[in-house]
Design a protein around this ligand. Structure first.
Ligand SMILES: CC(C)(COP(=O)(O)OP(=O)(O)OC[C@H]1O[C@@H](n2cnc3c(N)ncnc32)[C@H](O)[C@@H]1OP(=O)(O)O)[C@@H](O)C(=O)NCCC(=O)NCCS
Length: 151
């Protein structure tokens, strides 16, 4: 599939894409935070040849050498076509260019039975992220898995 990447993700697009993946992002209050975050965080988008934005990623720059993928979502109709991989690769390329040494991402841990996030963990691990630890940052019922990738 052919697409282009831009160094920007706008809140309206984040909102539209999150609506396509309710299995992962079904809590309006959390979605609001992600949508608002697009106003301030560095973003990356994937746009098809028809001009439709089908994937977004937001980056939290904690320290000059350590970034976090704050949000990544691909329109459900376009899953499995390399768009998530392209977003991650663009993030890594930019991070390396700017001297970043470590990327992290947080997601739902394997001690929770959710099958949607099991796919997400497979994606991250398939991309080369290493599970670092699972903790209760999001509360006891929502295990938080931290994955890292040295660049
Ligand atoms: C996780 C996500 C970003 C991956 O994006 P994508 O464009 O579908 O991923 P790609 O097409 O680049 O796939 C990369 C690999 O992951 C696998 N994969 C991706 N999505 C998958 C899915 N839903 N189910 C099973 N495998 C999947 C692909 O098979 C591929 O493996 P391969 O390279 O061995 O063939 C996307 O599925 C998504 O938006 N999921 C919902 C939101 C989400 O999980 N966000 C992260 C929250 S922490």
């Amino acid at each position: 599939m052919q697409f282009t990447l831009t160094n920007h993700a706008c809140p309206d697009t984040v909102a539209r894409i999150l609506e396509t993946v309710p299995g992962w992002f079904g809590r309006p209050e959390s979605n609001r935070e992600y949508i608002d975050a697009a106003n301030t965080l560095r973003g990356i988008s994937v746009i098809t040849t028809h001009g439709i934005t089908v994937g977004v990623l937001l980056i939290e720059e904690h320290f000059p050498h350590s970034w976090e993928v704050h949000l990544m979502a691909v329109d459900a109709a376009f899953h499995g076509r390399g768009i998530g991989t392209a977003l991650m690769k663009a993030t890594e390329d930019l991070a390396r260019e700017l001297g970043v040494k470590l990327l992290q991402v947080k997601t739902l841990g394997a001690s929770h039975p959710d099958t949607y996030y099991a796919k997400t963990r497979r994606f991250y691990e398939g991309y080369g992220f290493i599970p670092l630890e699972e903790h209760d940052l999001w509360g006891e019922d929502t295990p938080c898995l931290v994955l890292v990738k040295p660049l």
